[in-house]
Design a protein around this ligand. Structure first.
Ligand SMILES: Cc1cc2nc3c(=O)[nH]c(=O)nc-3n(C[C@H](O)[C@H](O)[C@H](O)COP(=O)(O)OP(=O)(O)OC[C@H]3O[C@@H](n4cnc5c(N)ncnc54)[C@H](O)[C@@H]3O)c2cc1C
Length: 216
């Protein structure tokens, strides 16, 4: 198991027992998420932008329009902070104070570069497509050179990371356990419903298995 070094940058201070620094835990959280949020400080103004991501080894790739501020910022080599969050439950305690959530979250630090190499660009586009729907890259039409030219791609090296995970029931104060107040967890789950065919779908195209069986 490979661990990220614990430094002032990624050390969890509050509830450190919920912290994890191994790649396996961090990457599982990253890979399950459909999107991430990328934090940057542009001209002194902090801003956090949601976007699609994919992980390739120890890097995160992002794509978008060439005019995207985020992609230009990453391409200029600035440090960014990427967060990913899954909410697994609403934790209802007997006291208002101890209400919480069950969650898995990851915080990643690193800097990146613009992907120029054609093979690396294809690898990144493929990773992003496959991250969303495994099996899609080989099924859908490949990008034309015009589409490729219109797409900015960046790769961020994961330099430091942490994960934080809360599981389990509420933790009330000892004297509150006898209170006549319901306590427990409302589990939260992401659901993918039946695929809805495009009204312009050509005749005779069945829903592929990789879409029919889609889950995360
Ligand atoms: C869904 C959800 C809801 C939350 N609600 C609350 C809330 O209402 N109030 C509250 O105080 N806290 C909440 N948290 C926890 C919050 O994310 C921080 O962990 C908390 O603010 C304590 O941070 P800190 O002071 O220990 O560390 P900070 O000094 O803020 O951060 C130091 C380093 O610790 C790591 N770190 C901190 N938090 C996380 C995290 N969540 N995941 C991965 N790495 C992390 C990062 O690498 C960070 O750079 C919530 C977390 C999640 C995922």
């Amino acid at each position: 198991m490979t661990n990220f070094d614990i430094t002032g940058r990624n050390k969890i201070k509050r509830k450190p027992d919920r912290g994890h620094y191994d790649q396996e835990t961090v990457y599982a959280i990253v890979d399950e998420a459909l999107i991430c949020h990328v934090g940057m400080v542009d001209d002194g103004q902090p801003v956090v932008i949601p976007t699609i991501h994919a992980r390739i080894g120890d890097s995160i790739v992002l794509h978008g329009a060439k005019a995207s501020r985020l992609l230009k910022y990453v391409g200029d080599g600035h440090q960014v902070c990427i967060t990913v969050t899954h909410v697994d439950g609403l934790v209802l305690a007997r006291s208002v104070f101890h209400h919480s959530m069950n969650y898995r979250s990851a915080v990643i630090f690193g800097s990146g570069y613009v992907i120029e190499d054609p093979d690396e660009r294809i690898e990144a586009m493929r990773a992003i497509t496959e991250h969303l729907v495994p099996g899609r890259w080989d099924d859908a039409r490949q990008p034309t050179s015009k589409e490729d030219n219109a797409t900015a791609l960046v790769k961020i090296n994961i330099e430091a990371a942490s994960a934080k995970i809360r599981i389990g029931p509420p933790g009330d104060d000892d004297e509150d356990y006898g209170l006549p107040v319901w306590a427990g967890v409302i589990p939260v789950k992401q659901a993918f419903l039946s695929p809805e065919p495009d009204s312009a779908l050509a005749d005779g195209i069945e829903v592929p298995e990789y879409i029919e069986d889609y889950s995360r």
